[in-house]
Design a protein around this ligand. Structure first.
Ligand code: ZN
Length: 476
């Protein structure tokens, strides 16, 4: 509430100061509704939210590597003095995006699909192009930036979502579609920075080829970069034209395939089950050593900050997250002290050996009446908040369902689950040429052959060459 008011005020101030300026990167005159300082401020405010909701990939060397490459490319741009920040997100989807002010993100998912440092540089340089071209600034008002809706995954009644804080994970900003002109401009700017950074820009079309293959495959995951960057075939073609028309030549430029492969060797691939996974409605969390059964038939989602299930009518939610308070009692007190929340009954009742503070409550969110049950308990040094709630009118029959789910919280003791490990990317150097089929037979992976083809950027009929370093996915 506070935030959107502040944003509205500063947006009004920005409009009052509106001016038209020539963009140094593109030479275009742009309506500068938002000053550079405001642009940096927008990025600085959104960056911690991105990090909190998607998570950083836990590898300091990988982070430093991407930061170093990105910073060197950005230094060749027309806006070298922005607070350029490059991060690797702990996300299995193939994605990259930029925030205003020079904050740029690549996922570990896209990194495992790239095949050289020059390809990574091409992705980063493209995103730098969106920043120097001020594309998102043109599109976004601050009001939009700060009123991001529930952008992730699931349809929940907005009124229901807001109360539990589910809306905080809204990342619709990331799904911002740039115009086709903006994309072409970012490609041209990216090509410019790539060549200025002495990378072999002939690697750039390969990134679009890779995205195109992902688009053709019928994977279960939505490749997000593709969602915001459609038509990779046309862009591969355009970038090949940029290469053909480039007067400089590519002698002595850098591809750095082996250096890149050394860097991503061992990188986590796909979902990391240590951060929690579902078996049907049963949620298991090996790192935090608990399990919880969500109501049958509800739609579940595991996010960085919470895990939740939404009822079939989208009018009720059961959600688990860590509380910030130091004890279950303090957390319960703070919850019930929220404006508009009124406890109808509080009680202490054990849940599978955990001393648990329960409250049934009624609440108002805007003009919506809500009802629910919340429970707080401590496990392994963490205080957990288990919350079930829904629209007051439809809550009574769901209350028992939600409370049964909350009451299913228990210690995880299954040794096989506790020791589960994520899949990882590894390399095999071939001593002889192989077909893809022969490769997956000789060096089995935990993923289908089609995925092996994708991450190695080959078609199904293409042969793997003798001496080539080929990616596979293993579970150690
Ligand atoms: Zn783009």
């Amino acid at each position: 509430m506070k935030r959107s008011t502040a944003a509205a005020v500063s947006l009004a101030a920005a409009i009052a100061l509106a001016a038209c300026a020539t963009n140094p990167a593109t030479g275009r005159r742009q309506l500068a509704l938002i000053s550079e300082q405001q642009e940096i401020e927008m990025g600085r405010q959104a960056d911690p939210e991105i990090v909190a909701s998607m998570g950083l990939y836990d590898d300091d060397d990988a982070q430093a590597y991407v930061q170093r490459i990105g910073t060197a490319l950005a230094a060749t741009s027309e806006r070298p003095s922005l607070p350029w920040t490059f991060r690797v997100l702990d996300d299995p989807t193939v994605n990259a995006f930029a925030l205003p002010g020079g904050f740029i993100y690549v996922t570990r998912g896209i990194m495992t699909h790239l095949s050289s440092e020059a390809e990574l540089a091409a992705v980063l340089a493209h995103e730098i192009g969106h920043v120097t071209g001020r594309h998102s600034v043109e599109q976004l008002s601050q009001a939009q930036l700060f009123s991001l809706g529930l952008g992730v995954g699931m349809v929940v009644s907005e009124r229901v979502a807001q109360f539990g804080g589910l809306a905080q994970a809204g990342l619709s900003l990331l799904f911002l579609r740039y115009s086709r002109d903006d994309e072409s401009e970012a490609d041209e700017l990216g090509f410019r920075y790539l060549t200025r950074g002495a990378y072999d820009a002939r690697e750039m079309p390969k990134v679009f080829d890779m995205l195109g293959r992902i688009g053709e495959s019928r994977g279960s995951r939505v490749p997000n970069w593709l969602a915001t960057h459609p038509d990779p075939e046309r862009r591969a073609e355009e970038s090949r034209r940029l290469v053909a028309e480039y007067p400089g030549g590519f002698d002595g430029t850098r591809v750095a395939r082996d250096a890149y492969f050394d860097r991503i060797d061992g990188m986590i691939f796909g979902d990391n089950p240590r951060e929690g996974f579902f078996e049907g409605g049963l949620f298991l969390h090996p790192d935090l050593e608990f399990r919880l059964r969500f109501p049958d038939g509800w739609t579940t989602a595991n996010q960085r900050q919470n895990v939740y299930a939404v009822g079939p009518e989208q009018d009720a939610v059961v959600e688990l997250r860590l509380a910030e308070e130091a004890s279950p009692q303090a957390a319960a007190t703070a919850f019930l002290a929220q404006e508009g929340v009124r406890a109808t009954r509080t009680f202490r009742q054990e849940v599978n050996g955990f001393d648990t503070y329960w409250a049934r409550f009624e609440a108002r969110s805007g003009d919506t009446g809500l009802a629910g049950t919340v429970a707080f308990l401590e496990h392994g040094g963490n205080v957990y908040r288990l919350l079930g709630y829904g629209l007051a009118a439809s809550w009574p029959p769901l209350a028992a369902v939600a409370e049964r789910s909350i009451g299913s919280f228990e210690r995880l003791t299954d040794r096989a689950v506790l020791s589960i490990q994520p899949d990882r990317l590894r390399f095999v150097q071939l001593s002889s040429s192989l077909t893809l089929e022969q490769f997956v037979a000789r060096y089995p992976s935990t993923v289908p052959a089609e995925t092996i083809a994708l991450i190695n950027q080959i078609g199904p009929d293409q042969r793997l060459a003798q001496g080539q370093r080929v990616k596979r996915i293993v579970n150690p």
